[in-house]
Design a protein around this ligand. Structure first.
Ligand SMILES: Cc1cc2nc3c(=O)[nH]c(=O)nc-3n(C[C@H](O)[C@H](O)[C@H](O)COP(=O)(O)OP(=O)(O)OC[C@H]3O[C@@H](n4cnc5c(N)ncnc54)[C@H](O)[C@@H]3O)c2cc1C
Length: 454
């Protein structure tokens, strides 16, 4: 048995670390600095960056200017949501915890805060978020804008836990929305792709602070799929990472615990042994890879960790990649995944990056991928950032369409307004609100024009 673990396989699947993110220049307004997203696949040359230090400063900027604007979070979306030739609005300085309610277990944050900074702040007041995505580098505003989610049939995307928010419209009007105040706008703005205005603060429903225990193991994909619904109901969080050109998946289950914290970082020996294993794996042509990957998979050991919730739910992903993810109704999930894995083998796609398969609960926002009355299975495919992802993603995307999939707003997809309006019953309502709040299309870029107008 070599020292392979889930963490090592997933971290090292992306072989090269490529691009950095251009840092915003602080100050009220700065001249143009090229911008690119986390993966390096999306670039822009904005006229400038505007970094407000208060809501009043942001309002003044919006009232006194008329050019294109796009709010940015931490640039972790794979789709060109942010590029503009006008101004990028960076709300890094509108962060931190602003208020909290110990009885209702709610807390209000400046929306520019990173998810990873919220855990410690919430822990200090005895609260914890219900769920988190795979990483925690996103901002609260950026993550909710694309309906970012974690795994767990009992949990909605992050936007489902927002109880109120503050929106500054493109013309500089301040609007507070909640389920009781401007409800339509609340349901639209919780997942808004940054198309309705700039969100400056959000209140979240949390729970008591808690500890989690994660367990991961290797198991045949078919076996996991057959028992997936049962496992999803049994564990608080359950998901799998099917290995390509293989019969196996790395399986992850997470539950609440009162056990002692035990979450050691992976050892350097583990790194070395995995690097060696991967080199052998990638040198073999895809059609000959199955027995080799199966043999390697069988050597992946179980692993366990116990820690406070936010340290277990999110991971560190240092190696850059691009990703496509669609949410398909839960009943269609297993068949959709099987067809994707079969296609990768039949078409001899040279990809070593595992897929990800997880369940997300339905919610009542207008544009979350799981909005409506069905739970969804989120299925992701990945390509390392130095590879051209298009041939692989173009091959797989029609399979998602066949199963009624809705694309993750922050991950690569090719759909426009015509297709999207068929997938979302409230799409037209969202388009109408967008038109009212931004009649001049100040917040539109080429990507959003395709998504909302054509
Ligand atoms: C390594 C990695 C792992 C990921 N894991 C997951 C995962 O587990 N689950 C999942 O669902 N997604 C995941 N994602 C996708 C990611 O969570 C989303 O793309 C998210 O939107 C990125 O947040 P961000 O802060 O980087 O925002 P950006 O990518 O910078 O922006 C996203 C959107 O938010 C808007 N926005 C930003 N700030 C504001 C504001 N103040 N007001 C209004 N709109 C605003 C932008 O205009 C844009 O439309 C992952 C991405 C990466 C790179």
């Amino acid at each position: 048995m070599i020292g392979l673990t889930r963490r090592k396989v997933l971290a090292a699947s992306a072989l090269t670390a490529l691009c950095g993110i251009a840092r915003p220049v602080l100050g009220t307004q700065s001249a143009s600095v090229p911008w690119r997203n986390w993966s390096g696949g999306v670039m822009a040359n904005p006229a400038g960056r505007f970094v407000p230090s208060s809501e009043a400063e942001l309002i003044e900027f919006l009232e006194s200017t008329s050019g294109s604007i796009r709010p940015v979070g931490s640039g972790h979306s794979f789709t060109p949501l942010v590029p503009t030739d006008g101004h990028i609005i960076v709300i890094d300085q509108l962060a931190g915890m602003l208020d909290h309610d110990p009885i209702a277990r709610r807390a209000t944050f400046g929306a520019g805060i990173r998810l990873g900074d919220m855990g410690v702040l919430l822990e200090s007041i005895g609260q914890g978020m219900f769920n988190l995505p795979d990483i925690d580098r996103q901002t609260l505003a950026g993550a909710t804008a694309t309906a970012t989610h974690g795994t767990g049939i009992g949990f909605t995307c992050l936007s489902g836990y927002v109880t109120s928010l503050r929106l500054i419209t493109p013309s500089g009007k301040l609007i507070d929305v909640s389920a009781d105040e401007n409800q339509d706008l609340f349901d639209a703005a919780r997942v808004s792709l940054g198309a309705l205005g700039v969100i400056t603060r959000m209140t979240l429903q949390n729970r008591d602070n808690y500890r989690l225990k994660s367990k991961s193991w290797i198991q045949p994909i078919e076996e996991v799929l057959e028992g997936f619904d049962e496992s999803a109901a049994k564990y608080r969080h359950f998901e799998m990472f099917p290995l390509t050109h293989s019969d196996y998946a790395i399986t992850l289950a997470i539950d609440e615990t009162s056990e002692r914290i035990n979450n050691p970082p992976p050892s350097p020996e583990e790194d070395a042994s995995f690097g060696e294993a991967m080199r052998g794996w990638t040198q073999v042509p895809p059609r000959e890879r199955l027995p080799l990957v199966n043999a390697l998979a069988e050597q992946i050991g179980d692993s366990e960790a116990v820690d406070v919730s936010y340290k277990i739910l999110s991971n560190i992903r240092n190696n850059r990649f691009n990703e496509m993810e669609y949410a398909v109704p839960v009943e269609a999930g297993a068949e959709c995944l099987r067809e994707i894995l079969r296609t990768i083998i039949e078409k001899e796609v040279d990809v070593v990056f595992p897929l990800e398969y997880r369940y997300v609960s339905r919610d009542d926002t207008w544009l979350s991928m799981s909005s409506g009355d069905e739970d969804h299975a989120a299925i992701s495919i990945h390509r390392t950032a130095d590879e051209d992802y298009r041939p692989y993603f173009n091959l797989i995307e029609p399979i998602f369409w066949k199963y009624g999939g809705r694309p993750h707003w922050g991950k690569v997809h090719s759909l426009g307004a015509r297709e999207l309006s068929r997938l979302y019953p409230r799409f037209k309502d969202f388009q109408e609100i967008r038109e009212i709040l931004d009649p001049a299309g100040r917040m539109l870029n080429d990507h959003l024009r395709k998504v909302f107008l054509t």
